[in-house]
Design a binder for this molecule. Structure first.
Ligand SMILES: Cc1ncc(C[n+]2csc(CCOP(=O)(O)OP(=O)(O)O)c2C)c(N)n1
Ligand SMILES: [Mg+2]
Length: 554
């Protein structure tokens, strides 16, 4: 049976279990998607088309692949704008499939912007469909890249979507995705070191979530009695009410990073200096680096032992080895949990205090504390924005289930929180979905708020409204780092609840701390019937949060 490429791609996506595709028009496969009954979630710009699909892959830990389409080809206006979303997906290693128009044969060199070169800088793999009969082959390749190895975006460029091929010549079968197990010699070497260390620390990254290895991480940590920190992107990979959980950031995390003589890194790139901790005084520590491939091994720090393989299989192998060596007894290391509890208690005291503060304007931590109070933390989703909401929530928000919170951003591109909250609603419709943002993030998302109304996505946007870019300007904490470019019109000048209310959102404007909980409850309640909500909390500028640890010792 002869079909066109766009139809073939649409059918293959259905075979691969793709339930919907996010898009911003035009892309030449879109009409075939429509005809073949693949629902399209139309965002209001190309960057968000990518970001929603990207976030869907992240939130599902790659078990369901987010797919997006946008305009490319000779008139690559959409692609130029989508580039921001792809760069972000690539930086954070998200397995998203981006489908776009390719430059047709004979038209290369026609535009100034070199599409193929640009795409190659932001993808794990860039496929160019130069012959229609290669459609099944390139789709197989794409899903192999998306489901195996180190996660990252895959881009497929289709220069001629109406070209035809014989669908029966090379019938498509869905791609399973493959994993690798670590070399037992490496596992033994790692366990030798681990059992010989005085103050080991587990440094867990997002690879744990992609491998579906949270339970295995917990089991290993308990067996070896070792405290755990997680990266921002892995927040929730380890239950944050667990006695061995140290934190994502804060003084207690700095204390354990400094004190450790061995770092067991699992599923993390160990790339310091952006929104993650460095390993202080690394040359004096033993670093065991468990990663899915070699890309990050011996990067920045000398790796004492690498254990290469899938995080789940690695954690299981480490646990088995420890168990065999100790007859199941594990590592006895005194009352590690009590020390962790005391360190957490001391470091978090100053935040816990403001989480119940009655001051006005409202302290942002009061909003976070009340949010934790109102949400069922085992059945909800929260994400941050770039700015203080990232820094503060990652310091104090208790995440009990993997992806109950999405931390994102090796570099954190403003506006992603809305895409994340949308993707979470698509992935887990029964969960409350909340994006917490400042004014900068809100500015990026305004054009896309219509999507929530059109698609009946019951999401709450919590706005920490503080009249400026709080980390940037002068304030009570000192001069700030960008004193000339931080002030915007604030709550005294603009009532955003009226602006967004006019669109059709349920909106509230809250200036009394006692009203935080009732307002959140009302918003979450309207969300259950598919109506989005926006709450403007009139807050003080309070840029206080746990710091990232640098490379030199304290
Ligand atoms: C696309 C993009 N451009 C620039 C930045 C740099 N940036 C990070 S946070 C921020 C301002 C945050 O201010 P606001 O949203 O008001 O949050 P607050 O810190 O006041 O809570 C800026 C400009 C960024 N993260 N992303
Ligand atoms: Mg602000």
């Amino acid at each position: 049976m002869t079909i066109d490429v766009a139809t073939g791609i649409s059918r293959i996506l259905k075979q691969e279990g793709v339930g919907w595709v996010s898009t911003f028009p035009v892309c030449r496969v879109n009409n075939a998607l429509g005809r073949e009954g693949v629902p399209m979630l139309m965002m209001r710009d190309d960057r968000y088309a990518v970001a929603v699909a990207d976030a869907f892959s992240r939130i599902t830990g790659g078990s369901r692949i987010g797919v997006c389409t946008f305009q490319g080809g000779v008139n690559a206006a959409g692609m130029q704008y989508a580039y921001a979303g792809m760069a972000q997906a690539y930086e954070d290693g998200s397995p998203v499939l981006c489908i776009t128009d390719g430059v047709p044969a004979g038209s290369s060199g026609n535009s100034q912007y070199d599409v193929a070169s640009a795409m190659k800088t932001v993808s794990k793999w860039f496929g160019y469909l130069d012959k229609p009969e290669r459609t099944p082959e390139l789709m197989r390749r794409a899903f192999t890249m998306l489901r195996s190895g180190r996660p990252g975006p895959v881009i497929l460029a289709i220069p001629n979507a109406t070209a035809t091929y014989d669908e029966t010549a090379d019938p498509y079968r869905p791609v399973k995705g493959w994993k690798s197990a670590p070399d037992p010699v490496d596992v033994r070497a790692a366990v030798d070191q681990l059992l010989g260390a005085r103050n080991p620390l587990i440094y867990a990254g997002e690879g744990v979530i992609y491998a579906g290895a949270s339970e295995d991480l917990k089991a290993l940590a308990e067996l070896v009695n070792v405290p755990v920190i997680t990266t921002l992107k892995a927040k929730g990979a380890f239950p944050e009410n667990h006695p061995l959980f140290v934190g994502v950031r804060g003084d207690q995390v700095a204390h354990y990073l400094n004190k450790s003589d061995l770092i067991l890194a699992v599923g993390s790139s160990l790339s310091p200096g952006r929104f993650s901790h460095a390993i202080p005084d690394a040359a004096k520590k033993t670093i065991i680096h468990c990663n899915v491939d070699e890309l990050h091994i011996n990067k920045m720090y000398p790796t004492a032992h690498a254990v290469i393989g899938d995080a789940r299989l690695t954690l299981q192998a480490l646990r088995q080895e420890v168990s065999d060596r100790t007859s199941g007894a594990g590592r006895n290391a005194g009352d590690v949990a009590a020390e962790v509890r005391a360190a957490r208690h001391e470091a978090l005291a100053r935040y816990r205090q403001v989480m119940v503060s009655d001051e006005t304007p409202i302290n942002p931590y009061r909003v976070y504390g009340d949010l934790m109070e109102v949400l069922d933390l085992r059945n909800s989703f929260v994400t941050h924005e770039s700015g203080n909401t990232r820094d503060q929530l990652s310091t104090v928000f208790d995440t009990l289930i993997p992806r109950g919170f999405l931390g994102w951003g090796n570099v954190s591109t403003l506006g992603f929180s809305l895409a994340a909250a949308i993707a979470a609603k698509k992935a887990f419709p029964e969960r409350a979905s909340v994006a917490v943002t400042g004014e900068a993030g809100l500015g990026y998302m305004l054009g896309n708020l219509e999507v929530l109304l059109r698609e009946k996505l019951g999401i709450t946007v919590v706005h920490i409204s503080n009249g400026g870019f709080a980390g940037y300007g002068p304030g009570f904490w000192g001069p700030g780092h960008d004193p000339f470019t931080h002030r915007v019109l604030g709550p005294d000048e603009v009532d955003m609840s009226k602006v967004i209310g006019a669109l059709g959102f349920h909106t509230e404007r809250v200036s009394e701390p006692a009203e935080v909980i009732p307002a959140l409850r009302r918003a979450l309640d309207v969300n259950t019937s598919g109506r989005p909500a926006y709450i403007e909390f009139i807050c003080c500028q309070y840029p206080v949060y746990g710091q990232w640890v640098g490379r030199s010792a304290e």
